[in-house]
Design a binder for this molecule. Structure first.
Ligand SMILES: Cc1cc2nc3c(=O)[nH]c(=O)nc-3n(C[C@H](O)[C@H](O)[C@H](O)COP(=O)(O)OP(=O)(O)OC[C@H]3O[C@@H](n4cnc5c(N)ncnc54)[C@H](O)[C@@H]3O)c2cc1C
Length: 456
């Protein structure tokens, strides 16, 4: 081990962190505190050359590796027990080209970092809903969020990636250079190499008309039916994710709603701001909502709206599904489980993935769920480790109940380690091609700390 550490110190610029070091516990802490792994070495890479060296040294020494960017993965796949963590969290350069409307982004950036940089130029990338999430892991799994109906998934806006392969070679993947790898990276997760930079196409979006609206839980059936209808017939400018939640006992929520279980929709309208209020007239007339925080906002304010509610270090247990319709029976099951949120932080979201997402064909990227209207996430969350079993059980029970109505498979970024058996189904028609590409670029399955696609 000493020789290996020496090799890392001599050949890389990054900081080597070992179990006996002062900063070790901080360096191995990730967003989901339910995960407690003890890597042998963490190397905070400074640049892509560090990544090349790490891959080579890990291979020569037969060490398992994991790749960490934002550290948000629910399953904790960015860490590996007794192995080597390729930590990219300090590689944080972002270069915006305003005239080309593109961004060159290193993997250590969070959505907050990227939003801030693009917003200065009146631009935005479709990403997720929490500013603290890593751009890298989110993109490689697909990347869905507020701008998905308008601009597709993050991968639909990926133009190029620089990748360190399992051989240690650094390559560029785009439509003409390693096109098979480029196809696989768009949804195939961390299976194919370490991405050291992403080039994205950006959308001209600065402000949005957005925010949450809540209705009483007793009205959930009508709200879900109304939500289904209005989003089905809406233009791609209107996005709203449905949620079961508990109103937090804090400002800015009115006191009479504190700790009440409610259902809600978090909206994001990207059309003409002058006409936005008019678009929301029928929505406001429905119910009417018991809370309405929808107003014009800068895009980064929407993307970071729930960050304070969900700081790092809570216990998280996730399950994910895809749906193409909300039948009456399915709605009843949702209400049954959504009414039993086990903690104040636990929630269920239905994220729309229609609109522009459906304009790309199923086989055009590795992500193979273009027929679905929603990606569901069921998340049990608690600050208290003693509640880990309770939140896990609720998520599993809810997920089981959804099986008759779901399309099969789930979003790989909403899966835990116990979901590996669902990987094949999640990639559907693209699974066999992914295995062939895995065999070409990573025949020994060197990169296996992920929702793993085994080489053919
Ligand atoms: C609070 C919260 C909100 C979320 N909201 C959304 C959302 O709105 N939309 C959405 O799509 N997802 C969302 N997610 C899920 C998120 O996409 C995944 O957790 C994703 O893995 C996070 O990426 P990361 O870089 O932070 O992950 P990390 O934990 O750092 O990495 C996760 C895995 O991704 C792979 N990986 C990461 N970086 C690289 C790289 N540079 N090269 C190769 N492989 C790499 C590796 O396999 C790694 O194990 C959310 C997660 C959380 C915790």
């Amino acid at each position: 081990m000493e020789k290996l550490i020496e090799a890392l110190r001599n050949n890389t610029q990054g900081q080597v962190i070992l179990p006996q070091d002062h900063g070790y516990d901080k360096a191995r802490a990730i967003y989901n505190a339910m995960i407690d792994k003890r890597p042998a070495i963490i190397l905070k890479c400074k640049d892509k050359e560090d990544v090349v060296q790490m891959v080579k040294i890990a291979r020569e020494n037969n060490l398992e590796v994991s790749v960490r960017s934002g550290g948000h993965n629910g399953a904790g796949l960015s860490l590996v027990n007794d192995g080597l963590v390729i930590d990219l969290s300090e590689m944080k350069s972002i270069k915006i080209n305003p005239s080309e409307k593109t961004a060159l982004v290193e993997p250590g950036n969070t959505l907050h970092d990227l939003d801030k940089a693009t917003h200065e130029h009146g631009l935005a990338l479709p990403v997720g809903i929490n500013g603290t999430t890593g751009v890298a892991g989110l993109t490689l799994g697909g990347g869905l969020g507020y701008l998905s109906r308008k601009g597709g998934l993050a991968i639909d806006n990926l133009l190029e990636a620089e990748v360190v392969l399992a051989s240690g070679e650094l390559v560029t993947a785009n439509a003409t250079s390693h096109p098979d790898l480029f196809w696989a990276l768009r949804g195939g997760g961390g299976n194919f190499g370490v991405v050291t930079s992403f080039t994205f196409n950006l959308l001209p979006i600065k402000n949005v008309y957005a925010g949450p609206m809540f209705w009483p839980l007793e009205q959930a059936e009508e709200v879900m039916k109304f939500y289904d209808k209005i989003t089905k017939n809406a233009t791609n400018d209107l996005y709203g994710f449905f949620a079961f939640l508990t109103v937090p006992p804090a400002e800015p929520f009115p006191e009479h709603l504190h700790m009440k279980k409610v259902c809600g929709i978090v909206w994001c309208y990207t059309g003409d701001m002058e006409k936005a209020a008019e678009v929301f007239d029928p929505i406001r007339a429905f119910g009417p909502p018991i809370l309405d925080f929808v107003t014009e906002l800068p895009m980064p304010a929407l993307n970071g709206m729930f960050d304070e509610l969900y700081p790092p270090g809570y216990q998280w247990y996730w399950k994910g599904n895809y749906f193409d319709e909300l039948t009456d029976e399915c709605i009843q099951e949702h209400i049954k489980h959504g009414s039993q949120l086990p903690t104040m932080f636990s929630t269920m979201h239905l994220y729309p993935i229609d609109g522009k997402v459906h304009e790309t064909a199923q086989e055009d990227t590795a992500w193979a769920n273009r027929g679905a209207r929603w990606a569901q996430v069921i998340v049990g969350v608690s600050p208290d480790p003693a509640e880990a079993d309770k939140i896990t059980k609720w998520s599993r029970d809810y997920n089981e109940a959804m099986k008759p109505y779901a399309l099969g498979g789930g979003y790989v970024n909403f899966m835990m380690q116990d979901d590996q058996a669902r990987v094949k189904e999640s990639y559907g028609v693209n699974f066999d091609r992914l295995r062939k590409i895995k065999k070409k670029y990573d025949p020994d399955n060197f990169f296996h700390m992920n929702q793993n696609i085994k080489p053919e």
